[in-house]
Design a protein around this ligand. Sequence first.
Ligand SMILES: Nc1ncnc2c1ncn2[C@@H]1O[C@H](COP(=O)(O)OP(=O)(O)O)[C@@H](O)[C@H]1O
Ligand SMILES: N[C@@H](CC(=O)OP(=O)(O)O)C(=O)O
Length: 436
Amino acid sequence: MIVLKFGGTSVGSAERMKEVALLVTNGKKNIVVLSAMSGTTNTLVEIAGYLYKKNYEGAIEQILGLEEKYNKTIEELYYSKEFKSKGRELIQSHFNYIKSFTQDMFTIYEEKAILAQGELISTALFHFLLQEQGINSCLIPALNFMRIDKENEPDSFYIKENIQREIKEHNNCDIFITQGFICRNSYGEIDNLKRGGSDYTASLVGVGVNAEEIQIWTDIDGMHNNDPRFVENTYPLSHISFDEAAELAYFGAKILHPSSILPAKLANIPVRLKNTMQPEAEGTLVSSKTGIEGIKAIAAKDNITAVKIKSGRMLLAYGFMRKVFEIFEMYKTPIDMITTSEVAVSLTIDETQNLAEITEELKKFGTVEIDTDLSIICIVGNFIAESKGHALQIFDALQNIPIRMISYGGSKHNVSVLVNTSDKVEALRSLNEKLF
Ligand SMILES: Nc1ncnc2c1ncn2[C@@H]1O[C@H](COP(=O)(O)OP(=O)(O)O)[C@@H](O)[C@H]1O
Ligand SMILES: N[C@@H](CC(=O)OP(=O)(O)O)C(=O)O
């Protein structure tokens, strides 16, 4: 079995959906994971924003705009009157549900239910499309098998058991369609795997059914060596290892959700990144093979905050680091980079909801400085300990850029530098010129 995930741009119009239909019908029993049509989740987030503020006029305007977009898509998507009418009914029922929130209390639970509508609609529309084409497809609702636990981590055992049950129950189907992104939480409420989470769904589904391969179909021909949104002349990498892909995804390569590689790595299921608009392009294969030595790619992660704790008294004492880390653990805030000196510890975080409380706690150990608007530039590759010159190349490329922190040697796949976000694009371009 192969799991094929199509992102928002890949199902972003009637025309695109028809192309996806051609790609998934290759005679095999595949599982298709779909995101919401592009722009939908962003609009649903905006609608939720209006509803929180009780700005019903603003909410209704957005809701009607989105509904109209879907009604237009229906006209282009289906050929027969029967399916056009089925599509319209489906849209009406989802939008009546969304409109119902303009009359009631609005909390995070309602927000999550609204955000789920994008994937519920795209998968139902796609299922109708395959049915109209005479393809024997089945919808298997993600809300029946995708679950996260109290720590917001996927419940792998539950997912495996329930997706396999769903597939068995629909044994006569040729193509299985399910929603990316959405799930239930440990209380059974509708929840999600965070923005961009459909890749994560694909990976968890792939592991749940022990797939031959997990394919992530998007709007670019694979993982590029640098961020194509900021740098010209980037190129796709034909092969990278699980570790390299995980570092790139975590440090900002938007093509993959940060958590999507780990489940595939643990189950040793290859992940292939493909371009829906150019299916013949080779794409990128992510697997356990390490590949050649050297620098492979660069990514950047924004919205980084640096926290510096200065304490002449405590640092030399053993146990100091543990106390610092415990505070971040207490507030469930992951640390990305860390450096130490004799009198200070500097570290970076990207989740700042609890920064005020963390700062108060840290002040018990010394003075605390907070720096915002920073970016981590992550240089990824296979740096074996004996090889020389990589650091020199990197710092030569960054000679005109103020560097705030450096992390080298933490893993053999990653060198990270912290820069001001205002210098990020120049840093990415300069590294591109010097390294590739
Ligand atoms: N290193 C990279 N390689 C490829 N794409 C990247 C990279 N870094 C950022 N991107 C961006 O990721 C986009 C694809 O991700 P995304 O927009 O989430 O797709 P989808 O909607 O299919 O999930 C590309 O269009 C590209 O601009
Ligand atoms: N629709 C969700 C989930 C997702 O993964 O979308 P995409 O595959 O288009 O990045 C989002 O926009 O966050």
